[in-house]
Design a protein around this ligand. Sequence first.
Ligand code: IYR
Length: 251
Amino acid sequence: RRRVIKKELEGEEDIAVNFPQSTADDDLQPALEEKPHVLFVPGQSLNPNGARRFYEVMRGRRSVRAFNPHKQPSQEVIEDCIRAAGTAPSGAHTEPWTFCVIVDSEIKQTVRQIVEQEEYINYSQRMHAQWVTDLRPLQTTSTKPYLSDAPYLILIFKQTHGLTANGRKKLHYYNEISTSIAAGMLLCALQAAGLCSLVTTPLNCGPALRRLLDRPANEKLLILLAVGYAAEDCKVPDLERKSLEDIMVKY
Ligand code: IYR
């Protein structure tokens, strides 16, 4: 029976079938406090025309790789954006994310060194020729000035598990999906605040960056964001986006 479940779940078997420790049924407790539900109160919207206005904001977002190092967004704005990200839904409401905000120049410089060193190997050895070729229109290289120029770096870690009050392993279901959703919401909030951002997923840099920031072993780097205002002469690729007809199928 177990094997059947495994086969049907395709890759989700770990969370569905493999419990971290055998727990006698009588001392099973939910990680969340079990209490009566409360009446749902609808939140604020951007209406009238909320969806259109939100789309108009988001369509202006571009991945920016040249930042103005002299124009500093306020810490409060960054904090509100991370608050917004922290409202993301998560598996069993485990909130399995950590947002590390780096403003210190020396730490940014060290992040840049770590990433550039790995990216040099990525571009020259680890990424196959087709991959490097596909990136040519974006003009990316292993040199990453934005990692030291951007006023903020936000390193988003997924927590693969947590700890309960009594020191047991707390399962973080769908931690990667949950943290990715939160990351997407952070990108929206940054755009709404008039800030530019760049998503990077530095290949092979996770462990070194985790150690640099003293994060525990249950935290794995998911995404590294550079955040700030674009440099005056910032250029971006001349991209087009798929039309609604190309991304939506109606039934
Ligand atoms: N991480 C590398 C390479 C890279 C990969 C993809 I896929 C991109 O869309 C962009 C870059 C870098 O940051 O240069």
